[in-house]
Design a protein around this ligand. Structure first.
Ligand code: OOB
Length: 536
């Protein structure tokens, strides 16, 4: 068992197995099965390639052999930072097959995040695109490799310069793959985080395959599904809700889009007769607003999933009239629990709720500040445990003490209300996080980095409302007796390698912070003071 992984208690593990949730199937075996069953179906399309199921599986096997020859072994961690390209699907399945663990990072991550992931997981390899979105990932890799001694290999898709070219790894030489079991950890996913830098989430093959199977059922994914992936493919949502794994499970087709912009995505929907898209609310709003200006034929679209942050009822109501397709809300988390509105739910539920848990074995509690359960209908903290919600973050025993109850419930940090029928309505958040259009920012991480600036005496980051993003970030700063401009502070964060989406959208200089009765910074009052400033 991987060091730093917290398994389920034996009795609950036995129960989930007996109940048929955990079937002992690995993600790699799933692809083998589907490659036999759907050999000639198209599996993946990106901007330059089309791969059938059998071609994909063959390439995955060749790549897996190449990785083994390079010295990547079972349980080795490999940080994967790729945009939406077919090579991503190939590499992650190759890693799954040999039992090496992808550590999923986002293309927008920079030195601050990547160095931490590589160091904390003692990664043996780091896989990047040569450049994407105007950023050269090789220079980042160069810097990180100098500082992280475990990093033996940098693998590059495209022009590899001095590094290992991705294409050179494909080999017909065949080596026995290590045995990988269903109850073993398959990968490390990123949490949004609320205290400091992202925690890593170990997910096993068994429980992850269970989430894929349930998502396929609840989202009606079939061999005829054509899914357009516009969100970063390595995020848990486009990965498995139902995501690329759900589509491959059902024998459908994945179309990878290099951008979520309607200028790129709408022509792809028309060209490939896309039936399903997964969006975050900020994107859904943008698509709703821009659709009337576009001439493409989007009539193939059947389902639009929206999740990652709260989708307002007003926007939700517009989906059918504008896109002539069914809205499905999804409220999920990389730690596990996923809720869906059902495709046959009445409009009232689809528009006003964030769905209900996808498994009958998901346990959900809504509690007050003292962990006492609240009556149905009252808003409180959402706690959950179940067959696919983790029991602990990777190598984080101290944090786990706080993030989980003694009996293994995960404290989601979300404030929800439950309806009589078990649907959840997200009312807010207790965790110190900003949800910027679905991208999560841990306030503390950015505050700590601001505090490192010599001119900053204190810093507090809060969310401010935004029409498209739902929330943007605002940094309140108390300065020492020195002068610094907003622009200088932003470049300071950028130079320290903070991912772009975490750079505060707004910076306000103040004399002091409002305090709570306990003497802590009152972020609630800071948010109010921002709104007041906005009005004046
Ligand atoms: C998804 O996963 P994460 O790990 O990036 O973020 C989880 C958090 C939740 O705890 C909640 O605070 C927020 O994102 N969230 C929502 C939401 N969906 C997620 N808040 C309100 N309404 C929603 N519909 O974001 C994620 C993972 C799998 C599927 C879908 C989303």
């Amino acid at each position: 068992m991987l060091d730093g992984f917290t398994p389920w208690p034996d009795d609950r593990a036995a129960f989930y197995r007996q109940a048929g949730c955990w079937e002992g199937l690995t993600i790699g075996q799933m692809l083998d099965d589907r490659a036999r069953q759907f050999a000639e179906n198209v599996a993946v399309i990106d901007h330059e390639r089309t791969l059938t199921y059998s071609q994909l599986n063959e390439r995955v096997n060749q790549l897996a052999n190449g990785l083994l020859l390079l010295g990547i072994q079972k349980e080795d961690r490999v940080v994967v930072q790729l945009p939406n390209v077919a090579g991503y699907v190939e590499i992650v399945f190759a890693l799954f097959k040999i039992g090496a663990l992808p550590v999923f990072s986002l293309p927008s991550h920079r030195y601050n995040e990547i160095r931490y992931f590589c160091e904390f997981t003692e990664a043996k390899a780091y896989i990047v695109m040569d450049s994407f979105g105007g950023f050269d990932y090789r220079s980042l890799a160069r810097q990180v490799q100098q500082e992280v001694s475990s990093l033996e290999h940098i693998i590059v898709l495209g022009d590899a310069q001095e590094f290992t070219p991705f294409d050179s790894l494909f080999t017909t030489q065949s080596i026995d793959f290590p045995t990988v079991k269903g109850n073993e950890v398959a990968f490390l996913q990123l949490s949004g985080g609320s205290t400091g830098i992202s925690k890593l989430i170990p997910r096993t093959h068994d429980e992850y395959m269970y989430t894929v199977k349930l998502s396929v059922e609840h989202c009606h994914v079939t061999e005829d599904t054509v899914l357009l992936v516009v969100l970063p493919v390595s995020h848990n949502y486009p990965m498995s809700s139902p995501g690329i794994l759900g589509v491959l499970y059902a024998g459908g087709k994945i179309v990878l889009s290099s951008s979520p912009s309607p200028d790129v995505a709408f022509p792809l929907i028309e060209m490939h007769r896309v039936t399903m898209v997964q969006l975050v609310p900020s994107l859904a709003l943008h698509w709703l607003d821009i659709k009337p200006n576009h001439k493409e034929d989007l009539s193939s679209l059947e389902v639009m999933l929206v999740g990652g942050s709260k989708f307002s009822a007003e926007a939700a109501k517009r989906v059918r009239p504008v896109f002539d397709c069914q809205l499905q809300q999804v409220f999920g988390m990389a730690e596990g629990l996923v809720n869906y509105t059902r495709l046959d739910d009445p409009d009232e539920i689809v528009i006003h709720t964030q769905g209900r848990p996808m498994s009958p074995y998901d346990e959900v509690k809504v509690v007050d500040d003292d962990d006492q359960e609240l009556p149905i209908g009252e808003a409180g903290h959402l706690l959950t445990r179940g067959p696919y919600t983790i029991q602990g973050y990777y190598k984080a025993p101290e944090h786990n003490e706080k993030a989980f109850t003694k009996d293994g419930f995960y404290r989601t940090g979300d404030i929800v209300r439950q309806t009589e029928d078990g649907y959840l309505i997200v009312e807010g958040r207790a965790k110190d996080q900003i949800n910027r259009g679905g991208e999560k920012i841990a306030a503390e991480e950015v505050e700590n980095m601001l505090l490192a600036h010599p001119a900053v005496h204190d810093a507090a980051i809060v969310a401010m409302p935004d029409y498209y993003m739902g929330e943007k970030s605002c940094a309140f700063i108390i300065l020492r007796n020195s002068d610094v401009t907003k622009r200088q502070l932003k470049s300071f964060l950028r130079e320290r390698g903070l991912a772009t989406y975490k750079i505060p959208d707004e910076i306000l200089f103040v004399e002091s912070f409002p305090l709570t009765h306990l003497g802590k910074v009152s972020k609630k009052d800071l948010r109010l003071s921002f709104e007041q400033q906005l009005h004046t």
